[in-house]
Design a protein around this ligand. Structure first.
Ligand SMILES: NC(=O)c1ccc[n+]([C@@H]2O[C@H](COP(=O)([O-])OP(=O)(O)OC[C@H]3O[C@@H](n4cnc5c(N)ncnc54)[C@H](O)[C@@H]3O)[C@@H](O)[C@H]2O)c1
Length: 332
């Protein structure tokens, strides 16, 4: 991103898990704060908590917050007109697969139509500013599922989403791609594996397992627990997102992975072991409908083009840090 004077970037969905960590670790860095102001827009759904970022908002003049919904095209129009953004980073989404199976409509409304609103407003600003950038935070789930013997997803793996959540994210990715191909809007898409770390809503796998274990309650394990996820520490992911935004090539997709493929059952057992709880708390429940078996990410393009690497080791560092964070939060 070329610039000389301070520029304003729109961040959506940054009261949620990944975005609030992005506020803490990236936007508050001196080199970033010197160059950019950030306007954070969040609808504060059940997954967004203003208290996640209140300290940063109170103590950093270059951050401001607007309570707004990306589905609201008029509000987005007014916001873009007022701030003349130099770029957009879209973290906002409905993000839980189980909820998308129960109630898919909101996933299309926010993830697809909300993204379309941002793209249309971005295009209007790009027409006045050729250095405008748009970054879409996406997911490896758009690639579908792998078997054990399959190679990891690369950026050229065909999109084959299986859940309403991943279908909505893939649809948004295709719209982003179309704005690059049709209008040359400088877009970048990032696709990452499962994030873990502080400030995640308890419905997601790792905080749910920790919460149940701390309360000596049963830990629900879908199916046989053999499904495999690659885990990336949230700070590693956010470093990659920032690199992609500032130096990724327009029109490109970048994968980010944690080099940490683990079976769900093993992760649950690690949590129990660390908390000194018995494996009898494991409770095998009916499998998720259409449950993807395995995700694995080839992130060599980000290594080569963005000089990015995951730095946090899963068992030895990230998981322990995460367990301690939630233990302090919940163990009373
Ligand atoms: N968590 C993961 O493991 C993971 C993995 C891959 C990709 N992603 C993607 O990363 C992004 C962030 O995920 P997360 O885990 O932080 O999600 P999250 O559910 O924790 O947070 C989502 C945020 O978006 C906000 N939001 C939802 N609908 C909105 C709307 N209509 N308008 C404005 N704000 C709205 C919520 O209030 C919340 O603050 C999402 O795009 C998600 O698809 C997440």
């Amino acid at each position: 991103m070329k610039q000389s004077v301070k520029q304003t970037v729109l961040l959506t969905g940054c009261a949620g898990f990944i975005g609030s960590n992005f506020i803490k670790t990236i936007t508050c860095r001196a080199d970033v704060a010197d160059k950019f102001d950030f306007v954070i827009v969040d609808a504060l759904t059940y997954a967004g908590r203003l208290e996640n970022i209140q300290k940063e908002l109170d103590s950093n003049k270059h951050l401001s917050f607007v309570h707004a919904d990306i589905r609201d095209s008029q509000k987005m129009h007014e916001l873009f007109k007022k701030h003349n953004f130099a770029g957009v980073m879209n973290f906002a989404a409905e993000s839980h697969v189980d909820r998308s199976i129960e109630s898919p409509n909101i996933f299309v409304e926010t993830n697809v139509l909300g993204t379309l609103n941002l793209l249309k407003e971005s295009l209007a600003l790009f027409e006045k500013n050729p250095n405008f950038r748009y970054l879409q935070v996406s997911t490896d789930e758009v690639y579908g599922t792998l078997q054990m013997e399959d190679p990891a997803f690369t950026e050229s793996t065909p999109i084959a989403p299986n859940s309403p959540y991943s279908a909505s994210k893939a649809s948004a990715d295709l719209l982003v791609r179309s704005f690059f191909e049709t209008f040359k809007l400088p877009t970048v898409i990032t696709r990452c594996s499962n994030n873990y770390g502080p400030l995640q809503v308890e419905e997601k796998f790792i905080p749910l397992m920790i919460k149940r274990a701390l309360a000596n309650e049963k830990l629900p394990i879908y199916g046989t627990g053999m499904n495999i996820r690659d885990w990336i520490y949230v700070d590693d992911h956010n470093e990659g997102v920032w690199k992609a935004f500032t130096s990724g090539k327009a029109g490109e997709v970048y994968n980010f992975g944690g080099n940490s493929e683990r079976q769900n059952l093993d992760v649950a057992k690690m949590i129990l072991k660390h908390l000194g709880k018995p494996e009898s708390l494991l409770n095998f429940v009916q499998d998720r409908k259409g449950h993807d078996f395995r995700y694995a990410i080839d992130y060599s393009k980000a290594q080569k083009e963005l000089n990015w690497n995951p730095t946090v080791k899963f068992e030895e560092q990230g998981l322990l840090r995460t367990i301690e964070y939630y233990r302090n939060l919940w163990a009373k």
